[in-house]
Every structure is written in C-alpha cells, then in structure tokens.
Design a binder for this molecule. Structure first.
Ligand code: IPE
Ligand code: IPE
Ligand code: MG
Length: 250
C-alpha cells in the first residue's frame, strides 16, 4: 500500500509540531467503557506519532499530555492518568533513548506526584546528549501561567537593574518561557473535533498552521500524521507578506 509519506517534500518539513491529543474519554464512552479506558488506549497513538516524526526527521514534537486545568477532573481520573504517565515513561524509556531522542518537559512539574516528576526528570537527564530529535511533554502545563511567570521574572530583573525596560524584546520575553530552547510551532494539530486551544502554547503558535481533525486521539495513526504534514505543505505561509512577494522571494 502506498503511504502518503512518499508524497512529502522532505526539504520542507515543519520543524516543530505540537499536538493537542484530545478525545480519549469520548472514544471510550462510544465503546461503553469508562473514560480511563480511552487514556489507556491513547498510548499507541503517541507511539505512532513519535515513530512518524522519527522516520521523517521532524526535530521537535510537543505533546499536550496534561493541562493545568486537567487537575480539576475527578480524583480517580487524575490518579489513573498519573499512573499511566508513570508506567509509560518507565516502559518507553529505553525505546526513547535508543531512538536517540532527547526528552524535555514543560509545565508546572512541582505539582506532579513525586514518582512521575522523578521519572520524567531522570529521562530528561539520561537523554540530554541525544541529538536525533526532541520529544517535549507538556505536563501540568498552562500557557497563561507560563506567560505570567515570564512577566514576573522580567519585572524582577527590571527592579533589580539586571534589565532595562528598553531591553525587553520579543526574544528576551521568549527566553523566559519554558520553550526558550525550541523553535516556534509551525504546525498545531488537535484531534476530537474541538476547535479551541485550551491554554496551550499561546505565544508559541503566533504563526502556526492550525489543523483541527474529527478523529479521536486513540484512533490517530501514522498515516493521519503524514496527511497532516502533507496538508501543511500545501499551505502558503505568508507571515504577513503577499503571495507575489513570496513568489519573487522578496
Ligand atoms: C484527552 O482526552 C486527554 C487528556 C485531556 C488528559 P480527554 O480525556 O479530554 O477526552 P474527551 O475530550 O473527554 O473525549
Ligand atoms: C486539552 O484537552 C488538554 C490535553 C489534551 C492534555 P481538554 O480535553 O482538557 O480540553 P478542554 O477542557 O475540553 O478544552
Ligand atoms: Mg478533552
């Protein structure tokens, strides 16, 4: 069977893809199961996109795994999610390492159970010299809080004289975000038919292409991912310019 992967222009890949992995609960409900059954079945889809990125060498993949607002879900769902994250980190650690992927985490990780935080940080540490690609998990992540923290850090620096007001540029601001070491997001994908951002990477998606898909996250596979890349490559990213300017390369 021909893969849509063969139609991709490998010289024009997005450098940073971010995914809002949504729809686990509905996937489970439609099968008459508990919501947590959906979370358990979400891991295969994660593996698929990690492998797909690895196959075509997309250097940065950010996965929205648990939002700051998700702490407000029922306790048993939160604890099942935390156990699943912990188990998955343990089971997949070797695979991530051997693929040459470097792991990162963004979010308010102090809120995570100690076990999850330690496993996460251990994986970040042992993969820190890997160069094949970057896998970024957004865990206990909220973009408004990230932006607010940046503002607080910058104002403290202005107060202490380390920075002047004139020195606060977009670049300086970005250097105070969790994502300071990553390029801006080129492509944002959300599954499950919801057309919203849910407090994810608000600053970083300023010029991203946005794709909202009907498919529920546990059903998402490699071919779906390659289709997203294909559609991305058929968009003209103008960054405020006109088509004519882009044609003339000015
Ligand atoms: C996404 O699936 C996973 C997390 C938010 C952790 P949901 O659990 O939000 O599934 P739906 O949106 O209720 O179907
Ligand atoms: C966003 O999904 C968070 C993650 C996918 C981790 P939600 O399901 O929590 O988003 P809302 O609350 O429906 O917008
Ligand atoms: Mg949801």
């Amino acid at each position: 069977m021909q893969s849509i992967k063969d139609k991709l222009n490998l010289d024009q890949l997005p450098q940073h893809v971010a995914i809002i992995m949504d729809g686990n609960g509905r996937w489970a409900k439609s099968r008459g199961e508990e919501r947590t059954f959906g979370h358990k079945n979400a891991i295969k889809a994660v593996r698929e996109v990690v492998n797909a990125c690895n196959e075509i060498s997309i250097p940065y993949l950010t996965l929205y795994t648990f939002s700051s607002e998700n702490w407000n879900r029922p306790n048993d769902e939160v604890s099942t999610l935390m156990s699943l994250i912990s188990e998955t980190l343990l089971l997949e650690a070797e695979e991530i390492f051997s693929k040459g992927l470097r792991m990162h985490v963004i979010g308010d990780i102090d809120k995570l159970p100690e076990l999850v935080r330690d496993q996460m940080l251990r994986l970040v540490e042992i993969t820190k010299d890997n160069k094949r690609g970057n896998l970024i998990l957004a865990l206990s992540y909220g973009s408004q809080n990230e932006i607010l923290n940046a503002v607080k850090q910058i104002s403290a620096k202005v107060k202490s004289g380390e920075l002047t007001e004139e020195e606060i540029t977009e670049k300086v601001f970005e250097n105070h975000l969790y994502t300071k070491d990553f390029p801006p997001v080129d492509l944002l994908i959300r599954t499950s038919g919801e057309v919203r951002i849910s407090n994810f990477l608000l600053w970083q998606i300023a010029y991203a292409e946005l794709q909202f898909l009907e498919i529920l996250w546990p059903d998402f596979g490699k071919e779906d991912f390659f289709k997203c890349i294909y559609d991305y490559q058929n968009k003209e990213r103008r960054f405020g310019k006109t088509s004519e300017q882009l044609d003339e390369n000015i």
